[in-house]
Ligand binder design. Structure first.
Ligand code: SAH
Length: 195
């Protein structure tokens, strides 16, 4: 992690102390501490820890922030965010994954994370605005609803683009409401499914 440029001590500490093996199915548990994505069933994968760290660093969650995640999957990224922000809301389209992630997070005592089954393209309007939004599935283009749900000064971190040519983007909503976007690197995520 450090050797690849992740410097934030809070993020490094949280990644080191979060039991990734408890977020993956038993058949891949022995590989839980390798720096690679792993299958979690229902066609989904838990991201590589380095990518989780990088996206978390780009989002820069703070203790007073309210954060939205799109693509709960195993709940691991939500658990990392929950330890760095005030509240985390996370939306997952697969009912089975939403249920099992909610159960894992409850069992492990992450009390400030709320999971719901639904379509992440719509965000979570009842809980908006968010200081940070992090998507872990890739929409072909920037979803307007997510931009609309960003607080002023808020930041969206998302892989954007079609399969095979996605870029990790950071989009910031400035105080006066204008949007600034930059590309960080090429990435490879599962597509964000249409509802
Ligand atoms: N953050 C997860 C990894 C998620 S993989 C973790 O830490 O384990 C991407 C997830 O996005 C998958 O679980 C997939 O089911 C979900 N997904 C795909 N399209 C979606 C959509 N439109 N809305 C919400 N979730 C979606």
């Amino acid at each position: 992690m450090e050797s690849r440029g992740i410097r934030n001590p809070d993020i490094l500490r949280v990644i080191r102390s979060t039991p990734r093996h408890l977020f993956v199915p038993p058949n891949v548990r022995s590989k839980a501490y390798q720096d690679r994505p792993l299958p979690i069933g229902y066609g989904a994968t838990i991201s590589q820890p380095y990518i989780v760290a990088l996206m978390t660093e780009l989002l820069a969650p703070a203790k007073k922030h309210r954060v939205l995640e799109v693509g709960t999957g195993s709940g691991y990224q939500a658990a990392i965010l929950g330890q760095l922000a005030a509240e985390v809301y996370t939306v997952e389209i697969s009912p089975e994954l939403a249920r099992s992630a909610a159960e894992t997070l409850r069992e492990l005592g992450y009390a400030n994370i709320t999971v719901r089954q639904g379509d992440g393209y719509q965000g979570w309007p009842e809980r908006a605005p968010f200081d940070g939004i992090l998507a872990t599935a890739a929409p072909p283009e920037l979803p307007e609803a997510l931009i609309a749900q960003l607080a002023q000064g808020g930041r969206l971190v998302a892989p954007i683009g079609p399969m095979g040519s996605q870029e990790l983007m950071v989009i910031e909503k400035e105080a006066e409401g204008s949007i600034r976007r930059r590309s960080v690197c090429a990435v490879s995520f599962l597509p964000m499914k249409p509802a």
